[in-house]
Design a protein around this ligand. Structure first.
Ligand code: AMP
Length: 494
């Protein structure tokens, strides 16, 4: 075969492969405190884990900030061509779950399943669809016990009368993520486990033995050390070891988890495997705050996702989250929500106008392409969504200006629509279906409703008459499992 033909074949194949992940995405790594090029362990493949919720109550919009930010980031990684496995744990056994279950007089299991279901429902409404696998802590007890056993054998853990603890003084790398020392570990935090005979203040619980008098209220599992339940940190390493092995690419969560939770995960897994680093890139989101204070259940300053969505659309919330850099805090203000809502409406309005542009191209403009390139450049730079947003609205403003002067060509309109559809696969703050819905004339909707009533009443002749009348006005009614759908009539069908 002549060489030129061989090259042609290769080039032909290359055009079907998305090679954009070879161009460098830069991302801030909490472990190095630097912005670094993202280079996964295995080329083209990313294993990513984000700490999931503790399911004892409804999720609030602080949680949504973190989960939507990671959803957008994962969608972006996929857009770049990475094959992403996004794993999230569900903490379905924990002191807070047990306490709330007692208050409500239900079993902890029942409570956890109820709120896991509610969490999933909230995520679905917010269009968070990027998670490959959810893993419940209670379904990984075998893996948890195996990790505790290995830590005991290697001398990183010890037993007391109330449980098994991790000895932080034994792990040389302790503090490498958070910058804490063994001695200063407890400063400013109340989240380190209490324990009757801990060796160091910072030692944390791996396995909590069930107290005899509380056994009937507290779920427990048999273990070589007696019935008990896992500590907070061990569930995550047990789950990630099962799905990813001892090392993986990205671990995420909000910044409150850096210490002690993520520090503990590193201590556990690196001690077990002897391999370092556990995770190549640690990514942490900033908080959603109210008057500068973290939104949290314990402070009582929270708005649940579902309450927020009584007044606002999921698209507004996603635009609100997109408008800030993922590492920055976002203070919740009525004005910023109103701004996000107006931004969504502006883009929706533009979509409607773009679909109607009829002017044919004289000379295609390069302005839009260069703004689009800048948009993508900003995302490559530590996923800088607020700067990307500035580019997006430059595009929107320019398009609106050209439309008002009747200067926007059909080619340009199509190009912008294509761009908006592409970015919406990542950010999901627009609704391309809305246009079709809005286009259906009121008269047609009424006719379809009347026809549906006749159909329900089995008045077939009247129903057919209505269907024919609707068709004569250019609309077809299609019956579906959930009712009916209206579509513009296909001109090739009589
Ligand atoms: P939790 O259910 O409290 O363990 O939280 C689940 C996830 O949401 C963790 O990654 C938390 O760090 C994150 N999170 C909780 N509150 C906020 C907040 N106000 N802003 C951003 N992320 C939060």
């Amino acid at each position: 075969m002549p060489i030129s033909q061989g090259w042609q074949g290769i080039l032909k194949k290359l055009q079907y492969i998305n090679l954009s992940h070879l161009f460098m995405l830069q991302i801030y790594n909490t472990l190095s405190s630097k912005i670094e090029p993202l280079s996964p362990i295995k080329k083209g493949k990313i294993n990513l884990f984000v700490c999931g919720p503790t399911v004892y109550d409804y999720s609030h919009i602080g949680h949504a900030r973190t989960y939507v930010a990671f959803d957008m980031f994962v969608n972006y990684l996929k857009h770049l061509g990475f094959d992403v496995f996004y794993l999230q744990n569900i903490t379905d056994i924990d002191d807070k779950i047990i306490k709330r279950a007692k208050e409500k007089n239900v079993s902890p299991k029942e409570l956890a399943y109820e709120f896991e279901k509610e969490y999933m429902a909230d995520m679905k409404t917010l269009q968070v669809k990027s998670i490959t696998k959810y893993a419940r802590a209670t379904e990984h007890i075998k893996q948890i016990i195996s990790q505790v056993e290995r830590l005991l054998v290697k001398g990183f853990a010890y037993q007391t009368s109330d449980g098994i603890y991790y000895d932080v003084s034994k792990f040389i790398g302790y503090g490498k993520l958070s910058g804490r020392t063994v001695e200063g570990a407890e400063d400013g935090t109340s989240r380190i486990d209490e324990g009757v005979a801990k060796k160091n203040k910072a030692d944390f619980c791996l396995w909590k033995l069930a107290l005899s008098e509380a056994k009937e209220f507290e779920p427990s599992w048999p273990s070589p050390w007696g019935a008990g339940r896992p500590g907070w940190h061990i569930e995550d390493t047990a789950i990630t070891e099962k799905y990813f092995g001892a090392q993986y690419d990205i671990h995420g969560g909000a910044r409150d988890l850096i210490f002690p939770h993520h520090e503990a995960e590193i201590s556990q897994m690196e001690a077990i495997s002897g391999k370092s680093p556990l995770v190549k890139y640690w990514i942490h989101t900033g908080f959603l705050t109210i008057d500068g204070q973290k939104m949290s259940k314990s402070l009582g300053n929270f708005t649940t996702i579902r309450d927020f969505l009584k007044q606002n659309t999921p698209q507004t919330l996603r635009m609100f989250i997109f408008s800030s850099h993922y590492r920055s805090p976002i203070d919740l203000k009525d004005t910023s929500i109103a701004e996000a809502k107006a931004n969504v409406e502006k883009l929706q309005d533009l979509i409607t106008k773009l679909q109607e542009v009829k002017l044919l191209a004289k000379e295609p403009s390069k302005e839009f392409n260069s703004l689009q390139e800048k948009f993508w450049d900003e995302l490559e730079n530590d996923f800088n969504t607020p700067k990307a947003k500035a580019m997006l609205f430059e595009i929107a403003n320019l398009a609106n200006e050209k439309i008002s002067k009747n200067e926007l060509t059909q080619e340009e309109a199509e190009e912008i629509l294509k761009f908006l559809k592409k970015i919406n696969k990542i950010f999901l703050f627009l609704d391309f279906k809305k246009k079709k819905e809005a286009e259906i004339p009121e008269e047609i909707k009424k006719l379809a409703k009347q026809r549906e009533k006749f159909r329900q009443a089995k008045e077939w002749q009247k129903a057919d008459e209505m269907r024919n009348l609707t068709a004569s006005k250019g609309w077809s009614i299609y019956d579906t499992d959930n009712g009916y759908e209206l579509k513009p009539k296909d001109p090739t069908i009589d």
